[in-house]
Design a protein around this ligand. Sequence first.
Ligand code: NAD
Length: 453
Amino acid sequence: MFFAVVDPATEVVVERVALASVEETDWVVERAKRAFPAWRDLAAGERGRLLRAFAERVDACLDELAALEVRNAGHPVGQARWEAGNLRDVLHYYAAAPERLLGQQIPVPGGLNVTFAEPLGVVGVIVPWNFPMPIMGWGTAPALAAGNTVIVKPAELTPLTARRVGELALEAGIPEGVVQVLPGAGTVAGRRLVEHPDVRKIVFTGSTRVGKEIMAACAPSVKRLTLELGGKSANIVFADADLEKAAATAPYAVFENAGQDCCARSRILVQRPAYDRFLELLEPAVQGVVVGDPRDPKTEVGPLISAAHRDRVAAYVPEDAPVVIRGSMPEGPGFWFAPTVLASSDYAALPAWHDEVFGPVVTVVPFEDEADAVRMANDTPYGLSGSIWTRDVGCALRTSRAVQAGNLSVNSHSSVRYWTPFGGFKQSGLGRELGPDALDAFTETKNVFIASE
Ligand code: NAD
């Protein structure tokens, strides 16, 4: 079986990539299982050195990786360079972890009590198509640092950078079988990884629907699981905020990566006295977003990933949709969709208000007071991220404690830094990635008592 990888900006087939069968998946798991004892037993300093070498190979090939992602996912070249740089930085950050993977000595009578952080074994990292390199790195780097071996299954649509990164690991001197990349269909190779008895942990990033299936499939063997799922985040703008800055940045908080971002702030809530002024300021900001050829360094937003996905996004903006602002997009081939702002007093009837559109569509809605804003922000099964704009420190603090989401930012939209924890409340996920504690998700605590008598 082959999958035709298409350049979303030109609609030209880039390559036909072979998809792994169940038998091939089993061989890959067997190789990972065989590679595990030697990798686990490697001196911590040596594991760290190999991870640094891996990060340096990624850095040396940063332009090549970025160019691959431009062709495969249609990401603007500046963004694709950031993504390759994020993979490098995550590898560097966790390269410092093996020597710091400390246990505890706990006082007990009659002997010595110590804990060890033991690696799990083979870890499967299942990756979506929206940020292939960063998401591959967030699962892989801490898993390797903790002494596990890793199998990465990229999304069918975006296998090219993952495949190259797998080669870079070998070039850096990481032993065969420690990092393997397995392009394959979710329902074949992905499902097999989830069900395979020798895969001890799954890190899944993708839709909430598939995440629930995977959670159920992990239950029979109590397989360890981290889930990073969908989002429907709110950007809350209070009337006292710096409205110019809030409006100028709001488009990028939802339209970046053409809205194909689990953290997209796709619901903008504006306090009623500032509502009209905010929309006035938002219009030029949306129209100023540069949508176009991803190879042009000036481009800010590229195409959607596929024709099917564009159709799905377009269904949220039917002929009679209450569009109040529309940005630009190029003509000709490519899966383009113009940035679109919806606003209606009957917003609750709009599917785009409730669903994760995963495209450049945002709904703007007024609210009355702090309690109203919190109620609306939390009125969703998701809880991944969000932003709060106000000059009132007390309001910022109360609102950020009340909004049920894993990653919030006040007077900014930044939510992902590799050295801080990332993950979702409610149906946005289970567990946390990144930050200083990520190795906990890839180790088991073993408690050992040694009698002194
Ligand atoms: P998806 O769920 O369709 O697929 C994700 C991955 O799972 C792919 O590699 C796919 O091949 C695989 N897969 C599909 N069915 C499977 C099965 N039955 N068993 C095992 N693997 C299977 O998601 P997508 O469309 O690729 O990605 C978009 C979704 O990802 C959005 O909902 C988005 O919010 C979410 N996402 C979340 C985060 C986060 O950190 N919370 C980050 C990025 C994307």
